[in-house]
Design a protein around this ligand. Structure first.
Ligand SMILES: [Zn+2]
Length: 647
């Protein structure tokens, strides 16, 4: 007992010292003093066999692991939409301010590896990478070797906090000086490599730190961004000191400018600033797109750039027929990756940038996008202008110029058809597993597959004799084709590849309940949908008016393709087409949508004459007005909660 008391005392002292050293960057004792008490604690733990949940000896990180276990996050970890220009920032302001009157916060955007830490009953239980946002890798053993977070906190509920694991630039330099055989190329990859390393001992030697910036999930309620930062600091998490609260656009811009200048002087790699709306209620009202929260944006600064030389330019045909110029360049190292190809976006871009073959060019690589040629720095003797193609390089058909773009005018252009088929089979579309672009190219060339419906007529004999197709693989592909027949309506609409219809717009369209219902919408009705603009509305209407498309849809149905809507009958909202507007206090909008859909209702993003019910929370805006004008029943939050409860 006496020993446990001393153990407790040692844990508390050592944790306080570690907090001062690693979190506050303000050490109060010498390393020797720390080590002396640490050794005493270790000795006591050996004797008593007791190790407290918050013992600093747990920070060693443990044994190497064989593989990372997968872990599903409690709440999805969204990535952020990006803005790279003032216009895009203005568009963000406009979107947000439609829903309310926000206060903004501005923070640094660090460039490392995002990690998520889980706490239960006040004890740290797990660390994971962000992964795809829904599921990440369990890196608990590795993160335990990072001392910038508490093992115990005072908050007792279930908690997930988010931070960015980084390696300071000075630490990286020292590491590279000390390890000539193990040079770390850049701070971002070094941080990712330190955390995603099977051996926690390696994590330790690279000394990553974590800056926390978000409470991603809290079992009892939601915090504003200001409250979240205060909470994190109070509980002993390391946070970056810069945090600005802004009331006006000018203040936001000034904060971004300040970060852009200061970031060259700080010891952590940054690539931008994050602007968020502060209020949790407004966030709930704004909700999420398919990929991003609508209430935050990452303002990205210029990405990494390098010089190279253009070796040749070739043209790629996409599924819309657009010709994209791609440059093959002298290999160049950019942000830790070797870049051999860069896009010139379109013909207009290529002319404007005055890029020729053999030109010296500036290449930019930003996160997760194809490297791009920014412009020509100079032309050496023998630079050759890129010929504007008069004929499609793939099929020899005439090329049409529309604005800055060139299009192959042949709807049957081979790469174009293959790209369309590839899009149709892709995961977020019809999801024909294993049907790759290479396979579709073969089927196109050797078996005359042209239309989506041709895929459903494939038999074993179509694959026999094709190189690389054995019995098992053929059977798998055919059953994947069969499985894709029952396809959610939104994914089917996306799969059709209608110009302008991405996944979000496809989901909006699917709310109308069937392909026929969507086909019957007028341009005017289409424009009334949140994520559909004038041009897209026209392309949707034109698509369904085209007799060939009608014919193809019929062939697909005849083959057994049945797009379905996930709806239940008999629930409290069965048969209802519901629009949510304003903010609810009891739950976020996505949560409310889930509850409605689980009870048989279909949620729409805009009020139309198909809408049967509008739920109006606080600060309901134009949607409420429209509902009243159309005479659609409107209920408030209280009534909504009653119906959820089955009353
Ligand atoms: Zn062509």
């Amino acid at each position: 007992m006496e020993e446990n008391k001393r153990q407790r005392e040692l844990c508390d002292i050592l944790n306080q010292w570690a907090y001062e050293y690693y979190v506050l960057d303000a050490p109060t004792v010498s390393d020797r003093e720390y080590d002396r008490l640490y050794d005493e604690l270790k000795e006591l733990e050996r004797e008593t066999g007791v190790v407290f949940a918050d013992s600093p000896t747990r920070r060693v990180g443990g044994e190497p692991v064989k593989a990372f276990a997968r872990h599903t996050h409690i709440a999805r970890l969204y990535s952020l939409d990006k803005a790279v220009s003032d216009d895009e920032l203005d568009a963000f302001f406009a979107r947000v301010e439609k829903a309310g009157d926000p206060t903004y916060t501005v923070e640094y955007k660090f460039d490392g590896l995002t990690v998520c830490l889980t706490y239960e009953n006040g004890v740290f239980v797990r660390a994971t990478t962000r992964g795809n946002g829904v599921e990440g890798e369990d890196v608990t053993a590795q993160v335990l070797a990072v001392p910038s977070f508490p093992l115990k906190i005072s908050y007792r509920g279930t908690l997930e906090v988010r931070g960015e694991a980084v390696i300071r630039l000075s630490v990286l330099r020292r590491y590279n000086e000390a390890h000539p055989g193990d040079q770390l190329k850049n701070a971002r990859n070094a941080a990712a490599g330190a955390i995603r390393n099977l051996d926690p001992a390696v994590t330790r030697t690279r000394s990553p730190e974590i800056y926390f910036y978000d409470v991603n999930y809290m079992s009892d309620g939601e915090l504003s961004q200001t409250e979240a930062m205060e909470f994190l600091r109070r509980e002993g998490f390391k946070t970056y000191p810069y945090f600005k609260i802004c009331k006006t656009h000018e203040e936001v811009r000034a904060a971004i400018d300040e970060i852009e200048i200061e970031r060259r002087n700080i010891d952590v790699l940054t690539d931008g600033a994050v602007v968020k709306t502060d209020e949790s209620g407004l966030r709930a009202a704004l909700g999420y797109t398919d990929k991003f929260p609508r209430w935050a944006i990452a303002y990205k600064f210029e990405a990494e750039e390098a010089e190279s030389v253009v070796k040749r330019v070739f043209w790629q045909v996409g599924r819309t027929g657009k010709l994209t110029p791609l440059a093959e360049i002298e290999p160049v190292d950019l942000g830790g990756a070797t870049v051999r190809r860069a896009t010139l976006n379109n013909y207009g871009d290529l002319t404007r940038k005055d890029v020729k073959v053999h030109s010296h060019v500036l290449v930019r690589r930003s996160n997760e996008v194809i490297p791009e040629i920014l412009g020509a720095i100079g032309h050496v003797e023998g630079s050759v202008p890129v010929q504007k193609p008069v004929l499609c390089p793939a099929c020899g058909s005439a090329v049409a110029e529309v604005g800055a773009n060139l299009f192959c005018t042949n709807p049957d252009c081979p790469p174009r058809v293959v790209q369309k088929l590839t899009h149709f089979c892709s995961k977020n579309a019809a999801d024909v597993e294993g049907m790759s672009e290479a396979t579709l190219t073969l089927l196109y060339e050797k078996r005359g597959v042209r239309r989506f419906s041709d895929l459903y007529a494939l038999t074993v004999s179509d694959f026999e004799g094709l190189e690389g197709f054995k019995e098992k693989k053929i059977a798998n592909l055919l059953s994947a084709v069969e499985n894709s027949k029952r396809v959610p309506l939104d994914r089917f609409l996306y799969a059709l590849g209608i110009d302008g219809i991405g996944r979000v717009a496809a989901r909006d369209l699917a709310a109308f309940g069937s392909v026929e219902a969507v086909a019957a919408l007028t341009v005017e009705e289409l424009v009334g949908i949140d994520d559909v603009g004038e041009v897209t509305a026209r392309s949707v209407a034109a698509y369904f008016a085209d007799p060939e498309n009608k014919e193809e849809l019929r062939r697909l149905y005849d083959a057994g393709v049945t797009p379905f809507v996930k709806a239940q009958t008999g629930g409290a909202f069965a048969g209802e087409s519901v629009v949510l507007t304003g903010s609810l206090t009891a739950m976020s909008r996505p949560e409310a949508q889930k509850e409605i859909e689980a009870r048989g209702g279909v949620c729409q993003s805009a009020v139309s004459n198909k809408t049967t019910l509008v739920i109006a929370g606080e600060k309901a805006g134009s949607k409420l007005d429209k509902a009243k004008k159309l005479g659609i029943p409107v209920i408030g939050e209280e009534e909504f909660l009653k119906r959820l409860a089955g009353e």
